[in-house]
Design a protein around this ligand. Sequence first.
Ligand code: GDP
Ligand code: IMO
Ligand code: MG
Length: 427
Amino acid sequence: MPIIAVIGAQWGDEGKGKVVDLLAEKAQVVVRFSGGDNAGHTIVNHHGEFGLHLVPSGIFYPGVNCIIGNGVAINPAVLLDEIDQLQGNGVDTSGLFISDRAHLIMPYHTLLDGLEEQSRGGKAIGTTRKGIGPAFADKTARLGIRIGELLDEEAFLERLRPILEYKNTILNKIYGATPLSLDEVYQQYCRYGERLVPLIRETTVMLAEALDRNEIIILEGAQGTLLDPDFGTYPYTTSSSPLAGGGCVGAGLGPTRIDRVLGIFKSYCTRVGGGPMPTELKDETGDLIRERAHEYGTTTGRPRRCGWFDGVAARYSSRVNGLTNVALTRLDVLDTLPQIKICTGYKLDGQTIDHFPGSITTLAKCKPVYEELPGWQSPTSDIRDYEKLPAQAKQYITRLEGLISCPVSIISVGARREQTIHKTPIL
Ligand code: GDP
Ligand code: IMO
Ligand code: MG
């Protein structure tokens, strides 16, 4: 039985939530493996519409175990809020578990994220200000606190005391901010612990047992490949790896265990925050896509930058993730356009290149080379059968498959679970 990694293949918000919610019907386990509440995964199903930040998108199926893996940084206040909201909507959350190794987002992380962004001025990354960068920096610097530490309140206090003292020095001496009270932070996290401790597990054992039972496991990515700290547009990136490889580390599974890597692509491109985006449209076509598709962030409400499908970035993304299958979302957004452009190369210093540069200074100089295809100008949202798609839509999909060098298995034509075309089986 397969383990399938579902990966954002562009700059995030590709529709991972929708696709995981769809595929989880056949799965027994779904694991979120990276990021934190910077993620916003929208799901529209018979329970309603949800914007999940931390809870895995398999939560709507009773009996599916949903694990927040070791690779996630958890803001307990956000997680508890999310659990309450789900329960308030009649969703059974008894299958939710948390890795004891997942790191905690602490109040100083969110404060520092905002202060650091402010100090960057015009060079701000455009982070979600959820404390993600500072939390993962602390993890690497061995200054992080893991959720499993809440199991022993005395030991937790001894870990928190010197760390908070150090953070207060930075907050106060560098940024002139008011220091945080040890007692308040400690008491607050102990209260979070009272509700979250019962969910904590050695989740790698749970995964090993699921494998023994031959169960289907979905690794749910957050963010997107082009936001990866190694392979994205560094430093305009996030701080944990959204790649399939990150799925192994962030869930606690060996690479040999992953059978399929499903890359989620929008039928065009969007990006929130700063950093280069070669196919960005700063014109009325960009505005039209944004308004038609309501391209505003699930987490921050910020308008997303919109542009044509970037075939160069897509091929690169396919390569660094080892994609085996593609899910193409939001095809319906292009329904009204008379012509659709696809970027097939970049013009750089008079030469055409077909690789994604490692340097953002170089990437910022790249001008997209476009191929133009006819639009289909007819609605696709009610189509469920690939053969029934307009010929121009099939032509567009075939061209993307060629550029990405990977077959498209799923085509999404609307936000709802059932607005999906299964081109080739994946599970
Ligand atoms: P994620 O972060 O990758 O899960 O994506 P988001 O939820 O942040 O953003 C994707 C948006 O597109 C959400 O508002 C979804 O409801 C919506 N969506 C997903 N698939 C489709 C689709 O095929 N068509 C349309 N029109 N909307 C879609
Ligand atoms: P999902 O899982 C889109 C972007 C931010 C910013 C950069 C760094 O919903 O696809 P961070 O807060 O992580 O330090 O911000 O990364 N970003 C996302 N963009 N979708 C996301 O998640 C994102 N998570 C982070 O906008 O540019
Ligand atoms: Mg999102």
